[in-house]
Ligand binder design. Structure first.
Ligand code: SF4
Length: 101
């Protein structure tokens, strides 16, 4: 969700309450590991081919993530993304100050 500058300023000044938003992570509560993996795999398989990271680059990205201090339970602690999803889009990059990929 994005806000206009006027709305953002009103929120910052406490004149307007932030809209309630669903935490999508909560929606997966109760998923088994298998269901969780399936959801991520489905998401990745629905990325249009022209936006998808080529397999060799994808594998290299995940190799970097797998050795990274910021990886925790499949999430990058710097950006909060699922690394398998983040790495799957060619336009994405590692959020580290000196990017690993
Ligand atoms: S995206 Fe970058 S910072 Fe995040 S876990 Fe992967 S290598 Fe580490």
């Amino acid at each position: 969700m994005t806000y206009s500058n006027k709305k953002y300023n009103a929120i910052a000044e406490g004149k307007l309450k932030l809209d309630k938003r669903f935490c999508r992570k909560c929606l997966t509560e109760g998923f088994s590991d298998k269901e969780y993996y399936k959801t991520i795999s489905n998401y990745i398989s629905n990325i249009p081919e022209e936006l998808k990271t080529p397999e060799d680059i994808y594998a290299a990205r995940l190799e970097s993530c797998s050795k990274c201090q910021y990886l925790m339970n499949g999430l990058c602690r710097l950006c909060g993304c699922f690394v398998e999803i983040r790495a799957a889009s060619i336009k994405n990059y590692c959020p580290n100050k000196i990017p690993y990929w």
